[in-house]
Design a protein around this ligand. Structure first.
Ligand code: NAD
Length: 326
């Protein structure tokens, strides 16, 4: 199996090379993202291995087909960046890693909640400047507060379990409720109206695009905390900026951003960032942004490499019966 590996970072090579000792696949690592301009690089390969900010639109999939690609092996759970109907049309199979470490993302969600609430990001900087004043660092007890979990799948349920341990009351909304969810299911409007913290854990699709928007923000409690470790497109960023300016939103924690593909995963410290919306977000003291690092734990990277290579191996042996999107 010849694998064209896109959006490669050093840590990808470290984990994949180690686990590939078992399979000995021929992996060519490309730093470039997969898009209409770079898809031609896949010529002569059997498989493309892609990540969250690769763009597998209709045109890209057509180019991949013309160049002999038989399998798209996503090293992510989400597949909103793949035109699935085009893959079907061109008879290219798509596999993913549905569960690599839901704990990684749930724990990062908690990190954002605690840091924002107790203003750890500010304390860290203050102490370095010998400023030991507590002014501006006032937080609130999580105990007794209400959290609303939107999307009670693997990550949402683990997040709920952890927050239950803090003594929070857990509300949930899901299109497909799950018996293992420990909270109380309510309708979406009730969740927006009652929650002190709202945490997003549903996939991005046509139903959930901009689920946080001007109208839903209007329903929320004044000073609400919104956390998004799922997908950027769940939030209408401009509406959230208005909510922050009016102080309706008291805290915003983001690990994902609508236009992140032009920013995240790169060192842009010597560059000029041209995204005015993103730059506006970074000016608020009560906004904490991480660059899509929720998945970034040793356990998750090991599982991603293991499952991706096993998916490819199953495809090679004609035994592919799990982790298949189409
Ligand atoms: P999952 O499939 O186990 O859970 C998703 C849940 O959302 C399911 O229960 C599903 O029924 C529900 N859902 C579907 N449509 C919905 C709708 N319209 N409204 C409300 N709920 C709906 O997925 P998961 O493993 O828990 O992952 C959740 C999300 O986390 C993924 O979609 C992915 O975008 C994101 N994610 C982020 C990172 C990161 O690094 N930040 C890493 C992995 C996953």
């Amino acid at each position: 199996m010849k694998i064209a590996f896109f959006s490669t970072k050093k840590y990808d090579m470290d984990f994949f090379n180690k686990l590939n000792e078992k399979y000995n696949f021929d992996i060519k690592y490309f730093e470039s993202k997969l898009n209409e301009k770079t898809a031609i690089l896949a010529k002569g390969f059997d498989v493309v291995c892609a990540f969250v900010n690769d763009d597998l639109n209709k045109k890209v999939i057509k180019i991949l087909k013309e160049n002999g690609i038989k399998l798209i092996a996503l090293r992510s759970a989400g597949f909103n960046h793949v035109d699935i109907s085009a893959a079907k049309k061109y008879n290219i199979k798509v596999v993913h890693v549905p569960k690599y470490s839901p704990y990684a993302v749930a724990e990062h969600t908690i990190a954002l909640i605690l840091s924002l609430n107790r203003k750890i990001h500010k304390s860290y900087l203050r102490i370095r400047e010998n400023n030991f004043s507590l002014d501006g660092l006032l937080g609130f007890d999580l105990h007794g507060k209400i959290v609303g979990i939107i999307g009670t799948g693997k990550i949402g349920r683990i997040t709920a379990n952890i927050l239950k341990g803090f003594g929070m009351k857990i509300l949930g909304y899901d299109k497909f409720p799950n018996d293992e969810f420990i909270g109380e299911y309510v309708n979406l409007n009730t969740l927006f109206e009652k929650s002190d913290i709202i945490s997003l854990h549903c996939p991005l699709n046509k139903d959930t695009y901009h689920i946080i928007n001007k109208n839903t923000i209007n329903l929320m409690k004044k000073g609400v905390m919104i956390i998004n470790t799922s997908r950027g497109g769940l939030i209408d960023t401009k509406a959230v900026i208005d909510g922050l300016k009016s102080k309706k939103i008291g805290y915003l924690g983001l690990d994902v951003y609508e236009e992140e593909e032009n920013i995240f995963f790169e060192d842009l410290s010597e560059e000029i960032i041209d995204d005015k919306t993103f730059l506006r977000l970074t000016t608020f003291p009560n906004v904490l942004i991480t660059g899509h690092q929720g998945f970034f734990t040793q356990e998750a990277l090991t599982n991603i490499a293991e499952t991706t290579l096993e998916n490819i191996n199953n495809f090679k042996n004609g035994t592919l019966n799990q982790n298949v999107i189409i």
